[in-house]
Design a protein around this ligand. Sequence first.
Ligand code: HEC
Ligand code: HEC
Length: 266
Amino acid sequence: MEERRFGRRLVLASVLAAAGALAASGTALAQQEHVGQYSQADINFGMSLYGDNCVSCHGPGGDGVDGVNLRSGQFRAASSDYELEQIISNGIPDTAMLPGNYNEAELAGLVAYLRMMGSLDASDATIGDAARGEALYNGKGDCASCHRIGGAGSRTGPDLSDIANYRTAGAMSGTLVDPTEAMVPINRTVRIVAGDGTRYEGRRLNEDTYTVQIVDENERLVSLVKADLREYEILTESSMPSYADTLTEQERADVLAYLLTLKGVG
Ligand code: HEC
Ligand code: HEC
């Protein structure tokens, strides 16, 4: 275990060194239109995945496969990000480029890294430590007071058991700093006054034309018929606190590294 981690760190270090050398040498014009489009969190995550899964063939500088130069910004088999994701997921038939099983966060990270490989300033790359992140999640961050992972914790915030399957590193990193800005519509808190005057505030689990299901602040599941409601308000402010000041940048990177390991069971 120790040995394996050490090995991975070495690979990552050589990727970092190559990326730093390349950053100094200037970049292909093709990439510059992408600068700023990818979040640093996605790029960092992609770099660590590249070190684990791609460097063995493509090399630290992206030119390890004959005729392929990943850092040039020019791909023979892809022009859009979507096409890059397709290649990474499905491979290229009859070649050594095999299919890979990557989730949403991983695909977004790999594409961001491939796009930025040539212009990356490796000194910006902070990759967190998932074990420290887990400790922060349960300790200083007090995340379990609102969130649930694998059945443990609270239901007042979204279940995070498989969050990495449908959110990117960039989106999760945004949530930690500015939850309201990063909030997706279904996660908006609703405030309801029912026909009998009962007040509810909570998180929507589901909503259709006629009914709405929420988890209220006491973690109870409530299903209500919309036509019976006296008031129904959707709040656009997140009830999650910002961790911009309560956690350091390194601590947020650690928590993010932990969130990126959450892929559900199986
Ligand atoms: C076992 C070796 C191997 C591994 C591991 C591998 N690749 Fe490849 N990859 C190749 C080969 C060989 C090709 C060229 C296939 C061809 O001839 O079209 C290729 C092609 C590609 C291309 C298309 C390049 C172009 O110019 O269109 C992309 C993008 C790519 N790989 C990304 C990745 C990423 C990202 C990873 C890691 C998640 C990865 N590859 C892992 C061998 C590998
Ligand atoms: C006071 C309750 C509360 C605390 C404490 C809290 N959260 Fe949240 N969190 C929420 C709520 C409510 C949402 C849904 C609204 C939103 O996206 O902002 C949310 C959303 C999120 C999301 C996005 C979920 C999605 O579906 O996109 C992530 C990731 C997240 N929280 C992680 C954390 C982490 C990590 C911590 C601890 C460092 C934390 N939260 C602490 C209440 C909380």
